[in-house]
Design a binder for this molecule. Structure first.
Ligand code: SF4
Length: 312
């Protein structure tokens, strides 16, 4: 990550990245693809009324779409309750999805488990081993694993970091950041990143995070997003020499001007069109991985997948 860029250069580079990151099968701007070898989840400790409350994955899973049901039980992983879509708590490794990355020849950034949490307490280590084995044998890709359970991630990972694996944790306010970021910083990884989305309050970030993604909440029940939180994050990254990626301003962005709470009216319902943003918020940077080591050195004692991977 280069420091001290001229703002105009930053905008230009951001625009270039935007083109490069047009998603192959996802609208998530900081990745190319999502890969979901695990389904099912439950609210993470500390995020029940915060980052997990309006969980998009639970809402989608409660729709009873055949492709989101359990292949073994035929049941959905979530259902609609009075309080909203809620997980059943079942979590399952999806065999037919496990080897998909081996079939994607061109190098891609792959967000692992956008619809679950790889380090969920109900998922056995053996299942996590199998996901890691696939990542270790696909060095052409960069895998981005994001969890709200960094304590288990830290317990699980005790080898050298995979060169093609970026590990991250999600936080939404100072309380979750204070618990999760210090754990993340102990994890061996080529890139350690934080997803500060949905941002629900200001955060003073600790030093040492390579990449911070910041964004406001969208979807039903979306809560407000003070663009000052994004500005503060951009400033922190500039000072620290970290990369910053402003993903979206959410459905209810606002700012304080002269002591007044002023709503930003945007056409994009997620606040994801940066052409509508104040110029200083148009920051979309990526980290530079610092550990170019052979991927084969990471995962020890993990059975590698067979050559006969499932077809996509
Ligand atoms: S950890 Fe992620 S997938 Fe699981 S309930 Fe929370 S937001 Fe949803």
């Amino acid at each position: 990550m280069t420091l001290g860029w001229h703002p105009a250069r930053r905008l230009l580079i951001g625009a270039t990245w935007k083109l490069k990151t047009l998603a192959a099968n996802t609208k998530i701007e900081w990745t190319h693809r999502t890969w979901n070898p695990v389904r099912g989840c439950s609210m993470a400790k500390g995020s029940e009324t915060g980052g997990c409350l309006n969980c998009y994955a639970a809402r989608m899973s409660a729709r009873n779409l055949p492709e989101l049901k359990s292949p073994t039980t035929g049941q959905s992983f979530a259902r609609i309750l009075e309080s909203g879509p809620r997980w059943t708590g079942d979590v399952e490794l999806i065999e037919k999805a496990l080897h998909l990355p081996a079939h994607w020849r061109s190098p891609q950034r792959i967000f692992v488990n956008s619809m679950s949490d790889l380090f969920h307490e109900a998922l056995p280590d053996e299942a996590i081993n199998r996901v890691f084995a696939v990542m270790a044998t696909c060095p052409q890709h960069t895998f981005q694993v994001l969890t709200k359970r960094p304590e288990r991630m830290l317990r699980y990972l005790n080898g050298k970091p995979l060169a093609n694996l970026w590990l991250g944790t999600s936080v939404e306010n100072q309380a979750t950041a204070e618990v999760r970021v210090p754990l993340l910083l102990q994890v061996p990884a080529a890139v350690r990143f934080v997803s500060y989305e949905p941002a629900l309050g200001p955060i003073d970030f600790a030093q040492g995070v390579d990449w911070i993604i910041v964004g406001g909440e969208s979807g039903p029940g979306a809560r407000g997003f003070d663009v000052a939180w994004a500005r503060r994050t951009i400033e922190h990254c500039e000072i620290e020499g970290s990369a910053c990626f402003v993903k979206q301003l959410g459905a209810r962005p606002f700012e304080e001007v002269g002591g007044e709470h002023r709503r930003l009216v945007l056409l994009d319902r997620k606040g994801g069109d940066w052409n509508e943003w104040p110029a200083d918020l148009r920051v979309r940077e990526f980290p530079k991985p610092a550990i170019p080591i052979p991927s084969a050195t990471l995962v020890q004692n993990v059975p590698l997948p067979s050559a006969s991977a499932d077809a996509p």
